[in-house]
Design a protein around this ligand. Structure first.
Ligand code: PLP
Length: 374
């Protein structure tokens, strides 16, 4: 048996998505900017896809800018505002994805000032902290909708209200929450979306840009995507993205929530376990848990040997075991962070897979603890 529980990292592409993409590689392969029939067919499909995505969040089609994914959307939103304004102060949170954090850091090197708001023990940004951080020269607030590690869903509508009152633009990274919450365009000026988290292809995303918001493009070239994102549109990709959006339905949220709650309930029963992130206002597909006396990496590798995919609470892309900045921000000690795993389900996850995971999790934790001299 196998259990893929790393849907927060990426998801299986729905076969129905692959099916609609295929003809745009081999038959309707025209450049959407070309005037001939091949081009027109591709253009028509790209614009239909744009409308599908816009409709999902209650936006206008011209407010959707296609990008290469969540990372590029975050870059375009933040750098786009910063470079347009030229100078000023930006507010974000300590638990953002690196696509936001490192974009802000790069702007600090260019002279922009950035405030990184703290979060409480469940990962929530306090509205009072946001209000107090605002300055006369604040140009942008960027706070993610749902956290990718611990699933915290932020009250973005409240944040947006504060921003509007203070005439500051508000961006939210909704890569994890899109289609898993009732995300609406009315909740922000700029919203980052990504396709591969929702059973669409990798390397495709979108930025919602409210129609009165002006951005400086990050990529220069032709006048594609209303002049905001130069480069031939990835027609098969955006068509697949739109199909993936179409296939995400309301009942899936309920089904995933039920499975997630079962997963959390069972994990809580394990001695020395701790659930990270809130129990309410949490992504419907996310479990994040720490286990005393256990090393997350060992747990991950042993689960992998049993055909189970999860991720850890450590950002080990640098090959060094840095504790996760999110877990540190909610107050976990480094040894707790190192004993953490994240399991993220999808609409394809079954109860049998969850039970298979739980059985192995209990056994491996027992084994690892018996080997731990401490
Ligand atoms: N933002 C969040 C919250 C994410 O979880 C991710 C992906 O893990 C990204 C941005 C980056 O998205 P992409 O992989 O499409 O570049």
């Amino acid at each position: 048996m196998k259990a893929y529980l790393d849907n927060g990292a990426t998801t299986r592409v729905d076969p129905r998505v692959v099916k609609v993409m295929k003809p745009f590689f081999t038959k309707h392969y025209g450049n959407p900017s070309s005037l001939h029939s091949w081009g027109r067919t591709a253009r028509e499909a790209v614009e239909k896809a744009r409308k599908t995505i816009a409709d999902k969040i209650g936006a206008k089609p011209q407010e959707i800018i296609f990008t290469s994914g969540g990372t590029e959307s975050d870059n375009l939103a933040i750098k786009g505002v910063a470079l347009k304004k030229g100078k000023g102060h930006i507010i974000t949170s300590k638990i953002e994805h690196h696509a936001v954090l490192n974009t802000c850091k790069s702007l600090e090197k260019k002279g922009f000032k950035v405030t990184y708001l703290p979060v409480d023990t469940e990962g929530f940004v306090k509205t009072n902290h946001l209000k107090r951080a605002l300055r006369d020269n604040t140009i942008l607030v960027s706070i993610m909708h749902a956290n990718n590690e611990i699933g915290t869903i932020q009250p973005i509508k409240e944040f947006y209200k504060i921003c509007r009152k203070n005439k500051v633009l508000f961006h939210t990274d909704a890569v994890q929450s899109f289609t898993k919450t009732s995300l609406k365009a009315a909740s922000a000026d700029l919203i980052s979306l990504s396709s591969h988290k929702i059973h669409g292809p990798k390397g495709v995303g979108a930025l919602y840009v409210k129609d009165n918001v002006r951005l400086e493009p990050v990529l220069h070239g032709g006048g594609h995507e209303s002049g905001l994102r130069a480069g031939t549109e990835n027609a098969p990709g955006v068509i697949g993205f739109a199909k993936a959006v179409e296939l995400c339905r309301e009942p899936h949220i309920k089904e995933m929530t039920k499975l997630r709650d079962y997963l959390i309930k069972e994990v809580k029963k394990i001695d020395g376990s701790r659930i990270n992130g809130p129990l309410k206002k949490r992504l419907c597909n996310n479990l994040n848990a720490s286990f005393e006396g256990v090393e997350g990496e060992s747990l991950l590798l042993q689960l992998d040997a049993e055909g189970i995919a999860v991720s850890t609470g450590s950002a080990c892309s640098s090959k060094e075991l840095e504790p996760s900045h999110v877990l540190t921000a909610i107050g976990l000690r480094p040894e707790q962070s190192h004993g953490t795993i994240r399991a993220t389900i999808s609409r394809f996850t079954t109860k049998e897979e969850i039970d298979y995971f739980l059985k192995n999790l209990r056994e491996i934790i027992k084994k690892l603890r018996s080997m731990n001299p401490l």
